[in-house]
Design a protein around this ligand. Structure first.
Ligand SMILES: [Zn+2]
Length: 114
């Protein structure tokens, strides 16, 4: 399998994480690298799509068999985007709180000595 990607995650690692991604249990530590690799590496994106089709196909065969796989994959990626954005927001709001706390401490010091 050819891979021209210079991303942080290699193809082997990506493949290893596909089931976790599909089960939405992929750790946030790997999420960004995973998405980055997916966007850069055609063969891995294909692999992900195939595994998704198989997983979802089986799930739906057990139910009724009436489904739109493209829409399902789109929904999964959209859900993943939301999770990732929320995670990034949480990280940045924590940084924001630390900055605010530092400013308050700085102001308290200034007023104390001013
Ligand atoms: Zn790859």
């Amino acid at each position: 399998m050819a891979c021209r990607s210079g991303a942080r995650m290699n193809c082997k690692e990506f493949e290893h994480r596909i089931p976790e991604f599909l089960n939405q249990t992929l750790d946030y530590r790997y999420m960004e690298a995973f998405r980055e690799h997916m966007e850069k590496c055609d063969s891995c994106r294909e692999e992900l799509t195939i595994q998704f089709l198989v997983t979802e196909g089986i799930k739906h065969l057990e139910n009724d068999g009436d489904f739109d796989l493209d829409a399902e994959l789109g929904r999964l990626l959209e859900q993943n985007n939301k999770n990732l954005r929320f995670h990034q927001f949480r990280l940045s709001s924590r940084r924001y709180m630390i900055t605010t706390a530092l400013i308050l401490v700085g102001m308290a010091l200034i007023f104390q000595f001013g």
